[in-house]
Ligand binder design. Structure first.
Ligand SMILES: [Zn+2]
Length: 326
């Protein structure tokens, strides 16, 4: 076992995950709890504290720092939430670093959840060796992170990579962010279930992406037809979305994450559709499935903690230079 380990925490709209991770990216211990987002930020924070404390007690090695990936626009230098995600009510303005530093007695580094996942994939996942790549995660929402010259590109207002709120359909469906027609409403994993249920009309609704995909692969009759149409519409929207990102950034690769990428047959079709659309514009696209699966967030958060540099003082607020992991 490593002499020193890191605590990585991934705060999602549905679940909070935490892990003790060693210096090579191995998860030594893992814990998870539902977010209970609708109960408000204070309750969510309490769950994060409890989960983290439990793992620190069981770590069996010195935990030297904690990294946190959380949704929304995050000031990674100060460790607080500038603008919360629509999936986590009351999250705006939460000083995550101060709250968790108090709870754990460790240096705490905070970043956007997709940024953390990108750090994980770049460290021990699909983007190993890539200096310029885009990570897109398809979950309850759609997250994105951009890495340029081997460093995260966070943008002038910490908003870079918020690709889920690019408009895909002008005048389209309203989004919790306040916009309309956001990509997230059409290409998230949640959107796939909604699409399939729209196609189904009446009958017992699909309860999640697993049910939709397995209906295409195993069901018959109207249920299968509805699931198939739902997947096709969703896949076409996703291909269009990825084409737009390719045209904007021309990265070495786009890594696509979220539990859905390992489910079923749609991936190859989507890659084909996106490749065709790119060829028509005289360019090409390289799409890769994320490799760390649901662990990308916690592993990347631990990486964020590992990149913490001596001289950083959580209490004093830290300086830009000492708290800017790449
Ligand atoms: Zn939006």
């Amino acid at each position: 076992m490593s002499a020193v380990v890191y605590l990585g925490i991934d705060v999602g709209g549905t679940g909070i995950k935490a892990a003790i991770v060693d210096e090579r990216g191995n998860i030594l211990r893992h814990a998870e709890t539902p977010t209970g987002a609708s109960e408000g930020a204070a309750r969510v924070l309490e769950r994060i504290r409890r989960l983290g404390r439990g793992l620190i007690e069981q770590a069996g090695a010195q935990v030297v720092a904690c990294g946190v990936g959380a949704p929304g626009r995050i000031d990674h230098r100060r460790g607080h939430v500038i603008f919360g995600s629509g999936n986590l009510p009351g999250w705006t303005g939460v000083d995550l670093r101060a709250e968790l530093h108090r709870a754990f007695g460790l240096p705490v580094l905070v970043d956007n959840d997709a940024n953390a996942a990108a750090l994980g994939e770049a460290w021990v996942g699909a983007a190993r060796g890539a200096s310029d790549f885009l990570l897109v995660t398809l979950g309850t929402g759609v997250g994105g992170a951009l890495t340029v010259n081997g460093r995260l590109w966070r943008g002038a207002r910490y908003g870079a990579g918020e690709v889920g709120h690019m408009a895909l359909y002008p005048g389209g469906e309203p989004c919790p962010c306040g916009g309309v027609g956001c990509a997230e409403r059409y290409v998230s994993a949640k959107a796939l279930t909604r699409r399939a249920n729209e196609e189904l009309g009446s009958g017992k609704p699909f309860r999640g992406i697993r049910e939709v995909i397995s209906a295409v692969e195993q069901a018959s009759g109207p249920r299968r037809a509805a699931a198939l149409r739902g997947v096709e519409r969703w896949t076409a929207d996703l291909a269009l979305f990825l084409l737009n990102l390719q045209m904007a950034f021309d990265p070495q690769m786009i890594v696509v994450g979220g539990g859905i990428v390992n489910l079923g047959y749609w991936w190859d079709r989507m890659v084909q559709a996106a490749s065709q659309a790119c060829r028509a514009r005289s360019t090409s696209i390289r799409l890769k499935r994320a490799q760390l699966g649901p662990d990308a967030g916690v592993v990347g958060a631990a990486r964020l903690a590992m990149l913490y540099r001596p001289g950083y003082s959580p209490a004093a607020g830290g300086s830009a230079r000492s708290t800017s992991p790449s």
